[in-house]
Ligand binder design. Sequence first.
Ligand code: HEM
Length: 454
Amino acid sequence: MDASNKYSIPKGYNTTRLILRSLRYFRRNTINAITINMEKFGDTYSVVFPGNRLIVVTRDLSFIQHVLRDNHTNYHKSKHMVDKIGKLFGNGLLFSSGSYWLQQRRLIQPGFHMKKLQGLYSIVAERIETLLASFPSGQAVNVYPAIYQIAFNIILRSLFDIDLSRETMHEISTLFNEMQEFVIKDLNRPLRRLTYIFTHKDKINMRYRDRLRVIMHGIIEQRRRDTRTYNDLLDMLLNARYEDTGEAMSDDQIIDEVLVLMLAGHETTANTLCWLLSMVVKKPQVMDRLRVIAGSTDIYDSVKNDYINAVINESMRLRPAAFMTDRMALSDDGVGQWSYPKDTVIIPFFYGVHRSKDHWESPDAFIPERFLDDAGKLRKMPAFFPFGAGPRLCIGNNFAMAEMCFFIHAFFRHFTISSTGQEPVMMPLITLRPDKVVLKVWPIPGLTKRSVGQ
Ligand code: HEM
């Protein structure tokens, strides 16, 4: 592309320099590599990939708002991500674009309104209390696998409020996790693709996908025969009707949306909760305050508790599970001093905005109070994008906040934690995972388990 005259493209790396740097780049994690590049080029920089694919990475607030909100109709999800992930996980909300996305979003959105979610809260809170009963304790517990399982279990139960057999649960979670790990490796280690010719990984994962869809079809058929009333997400998807035709989604469309809700709705919350514990454990006053709140309030009130919300927000500011996203320009566009051609991929780098000195005082410090006003009430911050922005804002944000509030409430009622001195390492894959979160975890002695709703 000879775009140098026509467009005003941010400085950055061209193909040759990119190839020279790529070895060093791949050894670093994505977040550190982008941060170093921004120190060199500023808040917005470009990379020209082989084949003249132009990518612009930005932590500029007005650029991000332009792409995600003000001129969102000019942007689709990038083809690269959609092709790689959508091939296995279908064409649900997260991967669709344009008029199909809008139609699906309008259809599904009402199911995630606060009022509608109230019905799911009892399912979520009950799951958390039950699963915490077997939470591991000891001198050096890596809490990540247990919290991951809890989050997976919660999304599954919120989708299908039925007692799936242990074998079915196991099969769903095995197939799902295999596919998810495959996609993560595929996206982060593109050269590995060459080995698939010999290992047939693509085909194997397509078989996993097909098997998973057969199980989902079975669950939907069983639900259609069931005469009982349900209040789960599957019920919402089955009963949703398109405004114009009054028709319901096909089973395949429902399965696409189920898979997307599963994908988007467990690792993000698991990561956030793990990062939160890893930061809170170093702040005794924060832990004390959470413990007092948990011991003196009802679990359902935690959703509206300003302090719990502030602690979650501060954790998502420092360690945003969705540390960046991507969009592709449908036509030439520009913002501020920059302009760029059609097909440019823009990467809004949320992690960078959350750590910017321009927007935050002591940006690297964990200070939940920054999210509270003088009266102790939660306040909105403009440079805060844990759930994205604009019309594609996370559809599950209220659900996720409620789940995390319930978890914190229940966890600090049942357990005390202290630090082992081990720091989790960031693994920015599709989401920002910790490698492990090793804590000392002890059940609170003599605590009579308070059942949900008491
Ligand atoms: C802490 C937890 C979560 C975080 C940090 C998070 C973050 C995000 C972000 C940043 C986006 C926007 C992506 C973009 O603009 O490209 C998004 C979209 C989405 N999220 Fe979440 N999410 C969380 C939990 C959930 C949960 C629990 C669900 C479902 C129950 C969910 C379902 C979705 C879906 C379906 C989309 C696509 C929406 C659309 O494009 O219309 N998320 N999420």
